[in-house]
Design a protein around this ligand. Structure first.
Ligand code: PMV
Length: 368
């Protein structure tokens, strides 16, 4: 039985994708910019089967152990969620027919498959699980379709245009997933995402886990609702300005500017949620506690007595707070964060470079 096993990381946006101009194709109302993560990821296992293509609520076998203490989590998908996975698998299959011949790759016989997925973090919690899930499903399906997986991997690693073509296909499943194919810093404008070359130091992302239950409003609903807010007017222009500032700051490794702009952008996106036609919030009391505590570190002057560089603080569509700091200062941040918030679990991840092939199973499938 042929089997393919891959992983793809989530990513965390400093400038947010929020609002679509074309919901069918997931074309964004504005550009966005993110840092690709590493171990906060989705594993996907695709195994040939004699029956029909289906998604199974089972974890892939033998996953590499990371820095995460807990077991990986198999997402709880609704019927609609499972259908989305199957449709996306079919979308990628359609794309390989077009893209493989252009790059001299041959197709493996297309058979029904069983798809197993698992995340290293709680789904539905505002860590973009749709980004990592759809990136992993796109990459896994493409790799599984190759007659010679080694030849595929070589083209994937050497030809950015090839990888970016699949990022575009992935975008149609979940917009933010198109930023999980390269890294660490990725800019997504209109249809296409591309990595940026920067002198930024190695970064670490702390995620203060405040709530891990299902979100009150899905990101699909949020993309629609934000456009009903009176604050929506001028958003495209404001984001274009912020993107220019952030690109320049990344080019200079200027963390202080990144910190200020990401902070303003985070407040703006959540203000859109709070002021739309049917106002809602992702914030929990713990969210406010954490961001109020962080504010002095970001605002002019810094926190009293602190010699730490201002952190880059942001939140996705969820209650959890991401705190990005230079790896050189990560140990100090870990100590003060654990002391300030003993009641919350704090995940820690590093920057990453995008989707990866997983090591082969020690006991290949179909052997006993
Ligand atoms: O890719 P989606 O449709 O799940 O949207 C993700 C939107 C945010 O995570 C809130 C922002 C972003 O740019 O990742």
């Amino acid at each position: 039985m042929r089997q393919t096993r891959v992983s793809a990381p989530s990513n965390i946006a400093l400038i947010k994708y929020m609002g679509k101009v074309d919901p069918a194709l997931n074309l964004p109302a504005n550009g966005s910019l993110s840092m690709t993560l590493n171990q906060l990821c989705t594993y996907v296992e695709i195994t040939e089967t004699a029956t029909a293509t289906r998604w199974l609520a089972e974890a892939p076998a033998e996953l590499p152990s990371g820095t995460f203490s807990g077991a990986v989590r198999v997402p709880k998908l609704t019927e609609a969620g499972i259908l989305k996975v199957i449709r996306h698998h079919e979308r990628v299959l359609a794309a390989v027919f077009e893209l493989f011949p252009v790059h001299g790759l041959s197709l493996a016989p297309i058979t029904p498959v069983e798809i197993r997925t698992a995340n290293t973090f709680p789904a539905d919690s505002g860590i973009a699980s749709s980004a990592s899930s759809f990136a992993a499903l796109t990459f896994g399906t493409a790799l599984h379709s190759a007659l010679d997986p080694k030849a595929f991997t070589k083209v994937w690693e050497e030809n950015l245009e090839f990888r970016r073509s699949f990022a575009k296909v992935s975008r149609q499943g979940s917009g933010s997933s198109c930023r999980s194919f390269e890294g660490p810093w990725v800019l997504w404008e209109k249809g296409a995402a591309a990595g940026l070359i920067t002198p930024m130091p190695e970064m670490v992302d702390f995620v203060v886990l405040i709530a891990t239950g299902p979100k009150p409003v899905t990101s699909t609903q949020a993309h629609h609702l934000v456009q009903t807010s009176p604050l929506w007017e001028g958003r495209t222009e404001r984001v274009a300005e912020r993107l220019k500032t952030v690109e320049a700051a990344l080019g200079e490794g200027d963390i202080i500017t990144l910190s200020r702009v990401a902070w303003a952008e985070m407040w703006e996106m959540h203000s859109l949620f709070h002021t739309c036609s049917d106002p809602f919030t992702y914030w929990e009391p713990g969210t406010l506690k954490v961001i109020k505590w962080l504010a002095p570190y970001i605002q002019e002057g810094g926190a009293e007595g602190s010699e730490l560089t201002p952190p880059i603080v942001t939140m996705d569509a969820g209650a959890n707070v991401h705190i990005l700091v230079a790896a050189a200062e990560a140990t100090k941040w870990q100590t003060i964060l654990n002391k300030a918030f003993p009641e919350f679990e704090i995940l820690q991840d590093t920057q990453g470079t995008g989707a990866k092939v997983l090591p082969a199973l020690t006991k290949p499938v179909g052997t006993s």
